[in-house]
Design a protein around this ligand. Structure first.
Ligand SMILES: C[S@@+](CC[C@H](N)C(=O)[O-])C[C@H]1O[C@@H](n2cnc3c(N)ncnc32)[C@H](O)[C@@H]1O
Length: 455
């Protein structure tokens, strides 16, 4: 008996002209074609003389099992899917079925995946160039994915300014997911952000609506629609939706000279290294900024700003200091800092809750009590609980003579809480300040040790 073969074929958006040559060949060389009935209809002209097995939408695993059984009989089987079969397609479930059944890549049945043009690129091609910068795809189908996971992904995409392609945006029963998606994205995007709603791209019933984000939920959207939502730079011109490649950040015009300070072929001034020196330049340019002002200005976590400060290279040749600020990361267990703070006298503790509340308290370090995972601030007036495992880094941060502090940051570099020394009658307590400076030296890096001891 001849060896069986499973061809997992993505046939693109629908029109034959948009199928790859290999996809056409794969269907041509197969004995059996298996697919969802709508897909079978789309490729009906290619099926002459073949055994055709149509399955319903919910019978995905049945399609995989059928393909495996037919291949075990020595047949060449094409399991077909629209778009790319590996994008929300049958490639995953087929491999899962095969592997669970003991199939191995070097066994008798060969498996080949034939890639295809996925809906997001097909739809994008009809509306301009919306995907020319970073984008992500999110399926709004909560049939197999819990809604909180989907909502978190939409939120992350919105927060990170990705262009977003929504697959499975709405069905007869799932009508509210698109409403929620709009609500979440409007927290980060302007109401007039361009949105393309593309139905049945490259099929007979093709339909395109170009709208704004605040209109999206009221548009006609169904199971055969993909929704493309622009990022903060996406614009509409002449009916086309365009997301710039980002050249505007670097070149005077698309083919022109690099802007001042930018170099062809190099990371932008605001690339990873560049933006840190921008932070320091910003701090040098004015002595009015608090750490929080700077974090808001750069839309970054406070810990990222502190990290940029800590990398200041102030030498005679290089003027790269951070204005009045200096910072250094603690290289020891953060609890050592809590212990050390017992010698820093009266402290101002600023504690932020995730929901946005800010507590500002005058405390003594003796008020710290560790209770299991919680670092508590306990005295006769307050009981405040800090989720200690959230603390991942600690930074000493100084601003000339105006601020002597430590910042405790989480894994996202956001400040969990900070402590700073308090002046009485305009003066710092001499022994408290001496202890703080000494602790900076012993608990942080050598670099900063030099900076502080040079006082
Ligand atoms: C289960 S997913 C399949 C995705 C497919 N494997 C792909 O790569 O395009 C089904 C979703 O794909 C999108 N889709 C597939 N074909 C489309 C087309 N021709 N026009 C617009 N959207 C399409 C729709 O969002 C639909 O709800």
């Amino acid at each position: 008996m001849s060896k069986g073969k499973i061809l997992l074929v993505g046939f693109g958006p629908g029109a034959e002209a948009h199928m790859s040559i290999r996809a056409l060949q794969a269907i041509e060389e197969s004995d059996v074609v298996i697919g969802y009935s709508t897909y079978i209809k789309l490729v009906k002209n290619l099926l002459g003389g073949k055994e055709v097995i149509r399955k319903g939408m919910t019978e995905e695993i049945d399609r995989c099992i059928e393909a495996y059984e037919q291949a075990q009989l020595g047949k060449t089987v094409a399991l077909i899917s629209s778009g790319d079969i590996g994008v929300y397609g049958m490639a995953g479930p087929t491999y899962e079925v095969l592997l669970k059944s003991g199939w191995k890549p070097d066994s008798d049945i060969e498996v080949e995946i034939v890639p295809g043009s996925t809906a997001l690129s097909a739809c994008a091609s009809l509306v301009g160039a919306p995907l020319t910068h970073d984008f992500c795809s999110i399926s709004l189908s909560d049939l197999l994915t819990p809604w909180p996971t989907i909502a978190k992904r939409i939120d992350a995409a919105g927060r990170s300014d990705f262009v977003v392609a929504l697959y499975n945006p709405k069905s007869g029963r799932r009508t509210q997911q698109i409403v929620e998606a709009q609500r979440i994205l409007l927290q980060y995007r302007k109401p007039d952000t361009p949105v393309a709603i593309v139905k049945s791209a490259y099929r007979e019933a093709e339909n395109i609506q170009m709208v704004h984000l605040d209109e999206m939920k009221d548009c006609k959207i169904g199971m055969l629609t993909t929704v493309l939502i622009g990022n903060s730079s996406t614009y509409m011109d002449q009916g086309l939706m365009i997301t710039p490649r980002g050249y505007a950040n670097k070149y005077k015009d698309i083919t022109g000279d690099a802007l001042e300070g930018e170099k062809r072929g190099r990371s932008l001034n605001m690339g990873l290294e560049g933006w840190k020196s921008c932070v320091r330049e910003f701090l040098r340019s004015s002595d009015k900024h608090s750490l929080r002002d700077v974090a808001l200005h750069f839309d970054s976590a406070t810990g990222d700003i502190i990290s940029a400060i800590s990398e200041a290279k102030a030498t005679d040749e290089l003027d790269d200091n951070a204005g009045e600020y200096s910072a250094a990361q603690v290289q020891h267990d953060p609890l050592n800092v809590i212990e050390a703070s017992k010698h820093w006298g009266l402290l101002r503790a600023v504690v932020r809750s995730e929901a946005g509340a800010v507590a500002e308290l005058m405390i003594q370090a003796e008020n710290f009590v560790m209770r299991r995972d919680w670092l508590n601030i306990e005295n006769e007036h307050v009981h405040l609980h800090i989720n200690w495992p959230r603390v991942k880094q600690v930074w000493f941060v100084r601003r000339a003579d105006k601020l002597y502090s430590v910042h405790f940051t989480d894994e996202r570099n956001e400040t969990v809480f900070n402590l700073s020394l308090v002046r009485t009658d305009g003066e710092y307590d001499t022994s408290a300040l001496k202890a703080y400076k000494q602790d900076w030296q012993t608990l942080t890096t050598l670099n900063e040790l030099e900076k502080v001891s040079n006082e």
